[in-house]
Design a binder for this molecule. Sequence first.
Ligand code: SF4
Length: 215
Amino acid sequence: MNEERALEIMDILDKTHPDAHCELNHESPFQLLVATILSAQATDRSVNRVTERLFKKYRTPEDYLQMGQEELEQHIKEIGLYRNKAKNIIAMCHMLVNQYGGQVPGTREELMRLPGVGRKTANVVLSNAFGVPAIAVDTHVFRVSNRIGLVQADDVLKTEQQLQKLLPERCWSKTHHLLIFHGRRICMARKPKCNLCPLTGYCRYYQESVTRRKA
Ligand code: SF4
């Protein structure tokens, strides 16, 4: 795989999913941070349902501290792992208020120091809220980029590093959205819809499966 071929693939994905974007509704870096923490092992749709109500009433980290963990749990209990997520969000709000004047910091290192914030969440916030080039690698990005052959990696960090090396910075954030949309709509985990996919001529997984069928 080289940059030219990778850019061709991204161009095809862009034409296939022109609406690819961050599907977590938010109006501020803080809201995106909360929504991204809630989205672990949950669908964006279920998170949006919860945050539509939550964000109307509670806007700042101070609001969440006043509300407290128990009440937050009640607001988010339809989402998986809600107790742990509520605990992390309250601890994160403490840190935002005590160390960052109630603002969300804009570097990966600072974001990753916040409770409940791993590298993927930090990258989502950096790229979508601050416009910093970053590739957040979730399960879709990991699977699809490895299947196509954009990368050959056995973990998410190596996937992120190889994608960054392969693609110019200006493409990083878009690449994240395109690979997620492709993974949700066509290149599903269990049964990828290769018959509907415009990447069969490029895809390593597809080419290997054709070779296997012929053997
Ligand atoms: S050809 Fe199949 S495996 Fe390859 S990207 Fe498309 S859907 Fe996924």
